[in-house]
Design a binder for this molecule. Structure first.
Ligand SMILES: [Zn+2]
Length: 569
């Protein structure tokens, strides 16, 4: 008797091969039969008319803290994700000096996680990577692997000096020893960042940004000594100079492991920039390395609110007002004089000036009876109808909603030409789909839903690529990049990570804010339509949008659950 049979669906196995009608038999967490399965099973899933595919693999997430307050790692599984990689950008939560709140405060700032959630939802009492991984072993709904983050290691070894400058030879040695222990415990590899947007709670550069090139390369040297490891690194924000291309090539070649960088944004009108960045891969190949861009397969819709003030606080003169406690912020916005001053300051020329095009904002979510009718309308339409100034129009809604109103600037990159340009990049070979940042930026945008967005927009509506190819790009490709053993495809003997979805209805539901984070904060959230069943290691974790009680996820350990994928053959 089998554990599960998924019966009568069209199996799209992740390799890109055409789908075929077949049953899937599952026993003891693995796929044991694909075809006409005659056996009996304890549980049968009717997949007639549905697609049966490998679970989706999201390699760039920040679920490191959420594992403690939400072991389902929602909302990703709602969109078909069964495996995630965390610990990206240098921001793992282990190793840790117990009692040190630096990493917690840094994550709140740099990854937009509510501080109260990190304080109340996470114990912060482990020390090593081993301690962290053991702590969450057996608790998760999905498979999760974690890179060992540079900023965490630097902080653990150097304390306050981590954000003061280069390391001494003794500190380097201690960091390498700690990193080795992290990889030996199962860490998936090394992550780091030099991005100038990565600042800690004090506004100082995060620890990894103080590292020299030699320090980065030393970590990569150690990485290459261990099987099944990878490297993730953000060299900069904006165009690459030769210096960054050289550095990534050297890091990858030294380790003989791939290095992926974040994030390649593709629209219909930035082709030259995209090609220049993809060239980092060619640059690395000539030097014996393998560098890959991670790209988000959808347009990013920012969701602003005065409650969080994120991004708005970058408008000239707005920083202190946006940092005020809610009640005081509400007073500032309600008072015509202080409100007027904010409007004037926002109008100053500067890099964020485009954010102050209030007329272009769309009201995406409201929170009171009197503002409900504004939902879905632009400030321009509302201001014209009410005969009011656009900023006043917006702020009146915000005040009525007690700051919670969600509003979005126009989306760049959601037209047919944009999607065509993206599909070309997915097929290029130098980029891999990922970059969701799921688990981070909880108040700013939704991109955890990229699998359902992509299946809906690129396959369903625009028919820019076959379903089989789309599935391949979000399962097998990222799984092979990280060397995930027996995951990313539906094949006999492989792990039974399976998603059953309706190809005619699959799509992301609307993005909204959901107040379910410890400490009472909200996060952006979206359910999916058409995702019928999600199985991890042969157990159903989600049935039509509802999580079961099963927590069959494996904490993926390097060497055991991953195999070495050399950068050069
Ligand atoms: Zn990140």
């Amino acid at each position: 008797v089998l554990d599960v049979i998924v019966r009568g669906g069209t199996v799209v196995d992740g390799t890109g091969q055409p789908g075929r009608r077949a049953d899937i038999g599952i026993s003891d967490s693995r796929i044991v039969a694909i075809g006409d399965v005659k056996d009996r099973a304890r549980s049968v899933i009717d997949a007639e008319g549905k697609i049966v595919a490998p679970g989706f693999v999201d390699v760039h997430t920040h679920y490191d803290a959420q594992v403690f307050w939400d072991p389902t790692l929602s909302p990703s599984p709602l969109h078909g994700v069964t495996t995630v990689v965390g610990g990206n950008c240098g921001f793992s939560v282990a190793p840790l000096t117990p009692g040190d709140v630096y990493l917690m405060r840094m994550l709140a700032r740099v990854e937009g996680m509510p501080l109260a959630a990190l304080q109340q939802g996470v114990a912060w009492d482990w020390e090593s990577t081993a301690g962290y991984l053991d702590r969450i072993e057996g608790t998760l709904a999905v498979n999760a692997g974690f890179l060992v983050g540079h900023s965490a290691i630097r902080r653990a070894v150097m304390g306050d000096d981590a954000t003061r400058g280069p390391s001494s030879p003794e500190e380097m040695e201690a960091m390498m020893a700690l990193y080795r222990r992290g990889i030996e415990a199962g860490g998936l590899g090394f992550s780091s960042s030099w991005a100038r947007t990565h600042n800690d709670a004090e506004g100082d550069m995060v620890p990894s940004r103080h590292a020299t090139k030699d320090e980065l390369v030393a970590f990569c040297q150690v990485t290459g000594e261990y099987p099944g490891t990878s490297i993730e690194f953000i060299p900069c924000v904006g165009p690459f100079q030769n210096e960054q291309m050289d550095l990534m090539a050297e890091m990858s070649a030294t380790a003989n492991r791939h290095l992926n960088w974040n994030v390649l944004v593709v629209t219909g009108h930035n082709g030259a920039e995209v090609q220049a960045k993809l060239a980092a891969a060619d640059h690395a190949r000539k030097r014996g390395g393998k560098v890959v861009a991670l790209t988000l397969p959808m347009a990013l819709r920012l969701r602003l609110s005065f409650l969080s003030g994120f991004a708005l606080d970058a408008l000239p003169g707005w920083e202190s007002a946006m940092a005020l406690p809610g009640s005081e912020k509400l007073e500032v916005l309600a008072n015509p004089i202080t409100r007027g001053r904010l409007a004037e300051q926002a109008d100053q020329p500067g890099p964020m000036r485009h954010l102050a095009e209030w007329s272009d904002m769309t009201i995406v979510e409201t929170f009171s009876e009197q503002t409900r009718a504004c939902q879905g309308q632009t400030v321009r339409e509302l201001a014209a109808r009410q005969g009011k100034d656009p900023f006043d129009t917006l702020v009146d809604i915000v005040v009525a909603d007690r700051l919670q109103t969600g509003f979005s600037p126009p989306v760049d990159g959601d037209g047919d030409r944009d999607w065509e340009a993206r599909v070309a990049v997915w097929r290029d070979g130098r980029a891999v789909i990922g970059a969701s940042d799921a688990g981070a930026h909880l108040d700013l945008f939704a991109s955890f839903n990229y699998p359902t967005e992509m299946l809906d927009q690129a396959v369903g509506r625009r028919q820019l690529l076959p379903l089989e190819e789309a599935v391949h790009l979000i399962t097998d490709v990222p799984a092979r990049l990280y060397g995930l053993k027996e995951r990313g495809r539906l094949a006999e003997g492989w792990q039974a990570d399976v998603v059953v979805f309706d190809p005619t209805t699959v799509r992301s539901g609307p993005v909204y804010s959901r107040r379910d984070v410890p400490g009472g904060a909200a996060r952006v959230y979206a359910e999916a339509e058409g995702i019928e069943h999600v199985l991890v290691n042969g157990e159903e974790i989600l049935t039509r949008g509802t999580f079961t009680d099963a927590r069959p996820g494996t904490v993926l350990r390097s060497g055991r659950d991953t195999e070495t994928v050399p950068a050069r053959a």
